[in-house]
Design a protein. Structure first.
Lengths: 116, 112
C-alpha cells in the first residue's frame, strides 16, 4: 500500500540553526499539507499546496518558516532560525478526493523536532 | 486554533468493553472525520460523516453527528488492546480546497 514518506524521522538542533524536513506524498495526490503537532494537542495546519501552488498558509509563521513544492510532487518545509518553541512533531499529509467531493488525508510518520 | 474539543481527554477501559468519545465543534461544517494516532506516529483516517448524515458504521466503529448541537460521537465496540491510541475528530467547513481542523484528542487506553 502506498504511503507518505517523511525524513528525517527525528531531528535535534540548537536554537538559531536552520532545519529542513522533506515529504514525498502518495503518487497522484495533488494536495499536500504540512501540520505541526505540539505534544498533547491535535495537528494544526501550517501550509496547504494544490500541485505546486500554496492555497493556504495563513498559520505559517512566515518570518521563519518557508515551504515549497516546486514540481508539484515532493515538498520541503524549512525553519530558519529555529526557536525553542518550534519543538514539535511535523506531519505531512496528502489527500485524494472521494466520489462525493470530500477528501480524506493520508499522513506520513512525522518528523519529531527537538530544539535545544 | 483548534475547532473542536474531545471529551473525555483520557479514557481507560478493559478489553471487550465499549469506548465512547465525544467531539464538539463551533462552526457549521461540510463533514466531520475521525482519525486515530498511535503513540509517536502519523494519523490514520477512520471514518467520514457528511453534514446531512446522522449515523455511520464501519466495522466496530459507529459515528453519530448532531449538527443542531454541533457534536459528534465515536463508539468503538468490543475494544481490543490494539485500539489503544489517541483519537481526533476533524471538521471540514469549506468546499473547494478543503481544510481539516482537528480537535484536542481523546487518549484511549485498553487494558488486556
Amino acid at each position: 500500500e502506498a504511503e507518505v514518506a517523511q525524513s528525517p524521522r527525528y531531528k535535534i538542533t540548537e536554537k538559531s540553526q536552520a532545519v529542513a524536513f522533506w515529504c514525498d506524498p502518495i503518487s497522484g495526490h495533488a494536495t499536500l499539507y504540512w501540520y505541526r503537532q505540539i505534544l498533547g494537542q491535535g495537528p494544526e495546519l501550517l501550509v496547504q499546496f494544490q500541485d505546486e501552488s500554496v492555497v493556504d498558509d495563513s498559520q505559517l509563521p512566515k518570518d521563519r518558516f518557508s515551504a515549497e513544492r516546486l514540481k508539484g510532487v515532493d515538498s520541503t518545509l524549512k525553519i530558519q532560525p529555529a526557536e525553542l518553541g518550534d519543538s514539535a512533531m511535523y506531519l505531512c499529509a496528502s489527500s485524494v478526493r472521494l466520489a462525493g467531493g470530500e477528501e480524506t488525508q493520508y499522513f506520513g510518520p512525522g518528523t519529531r523536532l527537538l530544539v535545544l | 486554533s483548534q475547532q473542536g474539543e474531545e471529551d473525555p481527554q483520557a479514557l481507560s477501559i478493559q478489553e471487550g468493553e465499549n469506548a465512547t468519545m465525544n467531539c464538539s465543534y463551533k462552526t457549521s461544517i461540510n463533514n466531520l472525520q475521525w482519525y486515530r494516532q498511535n503513540s509517536g506516529r502519523g494519523l490514520v483516517h477512520l471514518i467520514l460523516i457528511r453534514s446531512n448524515e446522522r449515523e455511520k458504521h464501519s466495522g466496530r466503529l459507529r459515528v453519530t453527528l448532531d449538527t443542531s448541537k454541533k457534536s459528534s460521537s465515536l463508539l468503538i465496540t468490543a475494544s481490543r488492546a490494539a485500539d489503544t491510541a489517541s483519537y481526533f475528530c476533524a471538521t471540514v467547513f469549506r468546499t473547494g480546497f478543503q481544510k481539516l481542523v482537528f480537535g484536542t484528542g481523546t487518549r484511549l487506553l485498553v487494558s488486556p
